[in-house]
Design a protein around this ligand. Structure first.
Ligand code: ADP
Length: 600
């Protein structure tokens, strides 16, 4: 889950993800446009018609003067001029302009940033009380859409508020209280952080800003009345003379830059803002999503886990919509990538790894049950003998000789039982590393003889002959009980997995300090693939299963364990249908004893 989370975070930080987030934002804004309010902004546009009527771009200042004269009569709340007036031009036009500007209360003038600094207006135009503002839009360089405006622009140790914001401040005669997180104007808190020059998302309200052409204003002084108590944005909108056009999230034709300033102003007027989710909230949310996905698939299985996973995905898809309606802009791609990756990863993990573990442990459990069944079965025969014999003794008057015989049997059977239990316990403890091996010299010929005696009744039932080849020899140092168990097991396996009327041979051979004890049969044998697994707990070959011989598949694993704990190893050669040869290679007594001395 941590991996999925990290990958999703990286995905979420890419340029593509940011672009997708922006498109989702545009879509959300389109389906949730800001509610209409009575607008306070009006644009007075120097448009194509104005230029045509007054003689073109060279008469710009004259047109401006004409417009201002009319606007002044209406006493608007504030006038913001989106034209840079930093230079002197024709005095015949500049002087009337300066006079017209003087008639405007709460005037906001635009300034531009050049290499050398701010291009402030010519002092003649700077009326007392006039304020300055920057006119930059915060355009996304990738798709050209302007979604926000930087309310503050800092350069050359001077800062300028944005034109829309400055007009807003001028209209209510306020100065903002600045904090790192926001700007406070009167009762209004504007969520524009100091970092990144106080960006604020513009809540465009399409077609809401009334616009008046300068031609109209000059022709019909009545029109000026519409400007009373309004905030006027005056500037050039003629597409022939200015390229100042803004693409909005609503798509369609770009709007004049002048209108964008008015929209900024309206956004501030409305007083309801869209706030971007805080930087840390997003990774935190993603981590929570990954965690939930992990928990869902860790604690649920089957269709409930898929339903819960789908619910999580659904919630992550819907959350940004819901948050947007509550004024919070939340990125879409990061959380979505997290949710998909985490759900997919967790589901895959569950079905691949966990299921496999489950299946394996189920198989083991079944085999374990079988083993217990076998063990109890094995123990039942001495128990039955003991029970039967004791009943005989109690029920009948037996003569002394019979009694002794039966008592002897009870004794030997109970000892066998005790040995069996002891062997199983020892092997378990050996496996846990709890037990220290007994170390006593064991004469191999004796040990083999004892095992042969015990296995003979089994062999005889199948008419199998068990013989030793040559003279048995050798002595090893170790635990007699366990070694006997191992040899006996190999012998009974040889009998079990051989057909009737075959032969089993036992031989010993010293080999460079080791003793090799081989038990060779003419039975069903095994192929190379099976050979690799026979020492694995609970493994049985298909052939062995098919033969109908009872077994648990633990005998050989115990043999292997016993032999290795004696410092030896098992070697097996076998061929299907031709028989097998199991060889126990253990350190010979002399070597083992020397080893002990050396250690001492
Ligand atoms: P069990 O005999 O109880 O099944 P073991 O651990 O003793 O368990 O043996 C594991 C498997 O190895 C057997 O099931 C059988 O498939 C195979 N095997 C062991 N000994 C022989 C043998 N002498 N000949 C053929 N297959 C054998």
């Amino acid at each position: 889950m941590a991996g999925c989370f990290l990958v999703a975070m990286v995905v979420g930080w890419t340029r593509v993800a940011a672009q997708i987030d922006d498109y989702v934002y545009d879509f959300l804004l389109r389906i949730n446009p800001p509610e209409p309010i009575p607008t306070h902004a009006v644009t007075v546009a120097i448009d194509d018609a104005s230029f045509a009527a007054f003689g073109g771009i060279r008469r710009e200042r004259h047109i401006l003067t004409e417009a201002l004269e009319r606007i002044a009569t209406a006493h608007p709340k504030a006038v913001a001029i989106d034209i840079i007036l930093h230079d002197r031009q024709d005095a015949a036009e500049d002087e009337p302009l300066a006079r017209a500007l003087a008639k405007i209360d709460r005037l906001v003038l635009a300034t531009d940033l050049t290499r050398g600094g701010w291009e402030d207006p010519e002092p003649a135009f700077m009326q007392p009380g006039a304020t300055l503002a920057h006119v930059y839009a915060d355009e996304n360089p990738w798709d050209g859409v302007t979604r926000s405006v930087r309310l503050e622009w800092r350069a050359y140790r001077t800062r300028r508020w944005a034109l829309g914001f400055q007009a807003y401040l001028a209209s209510i005669g306020a100065t903002p209280l600045e904090t790192l997180k926001d700007l406070q104007v009167g009762n209004e808190v504007i969520p524009a952080r100091y970092a990144d020059m106080r960006p604020l998302r513009i809540l465009y309200a399409p077609d809401s800003i009334p616009s008046i052409s300068v031609v109209e204003l000059v022709k019909n002084p009545e029109v000026a009345k519409q400007l009373k108590d309004k905030v006027v944005f005056l500037g050039v909108t003629s597409s022939s003379f200015t390229r100042d056009r803004i693409h909005t999230p609503f798509g369609g034709d770009p709007i004049p830059g002048l209108e964008a300033h008015a929209q900024t102003f309206e956004t501030l007027e409305r007083g309801r803002f869209l706030v971007d989710a805080e930087n840390l909230t997003v990774p935190l949310m993603c981590a929570v999503i990954a965690l939930i996905a992990g928990l869902v698939f860790a604690f649920l299985a089957g269709w409930p886990s898929y339903v819960a996973g789908a619910a999580l995905l659904g919630a992550v898809h819907i959350a940004p919509f819901w948050l947007f309606r509550h004024g919070i802009v939340f990125p879409y791609t990061g959380p979505l990538a997290t949710a998909w990756l985490a759900c997919f990863g967790a589901a895959a993990y569950q079905s691949l790894v966990v299921r496999r573990q489950l299946r394996r442990s189920e198989v083991e459990r079944a085999r374990y049950r079988q083993a217990i069944h076998f063990v109890t079965h094995e123990m039942r025969s001495p128990l039955t003998a003991i029970q039967g014999s004791s009943e005989l003794m109690g029920r009948y008057n037996l003569n002394e000789e019979k009694r002794k015989q039966i008592a002897g049997m009870i004794n030997s059977e109970s000892k066998r039982l005790a040995r069996m239990i002891q062997t199983f316990l020892d092997v378990e403890r050996l496996a846990d590393g709890q037990m220290e091996l007994k170390r006593e010299p064991i004469a191999i010929p004796h040990l083999v003889q004892a095992c042969l005696e015990r296995a003979r009744p089994l062999a005889e039932r199948k008419n199998i002959v068990m013989t030793s080849v040559g003279v048995l020899e050798g002595e090893v140092l170790g635990d007699r009980e366990l070694m006997e168990y191992a040899v006996y097991n190999l012998l009974t396996n040889a009998v079990k997995y051989s057909a009737a009327d075959t032969e089993i041979t036992i031989s010993t051979r010293p080999d460079a300090g080791f003793l090799r004890l081989s038990i060779k049969d003419q039975g069903m044998g095994m192929d190379a693939h099976e050979l690799k697994q026979i020492f694995t707990r609970f493994y049985r070959t298909k052939r062995a299963e098919a033969s109908g011989e009872a077994g648990t598949g633990i005998g050989l694993s115990i043999v292997d364990q016993i032999v290795t704990s004696h410092g030896g190893r098992m070697e097996v050669s076998s061929e299907p249908g031709k028989g097998s040869c199991f060889t126990m290679v253990v350190p010979a007594f002399a070597v083992a004893a020397q080893g002990r001395r050396a250690v001492r």
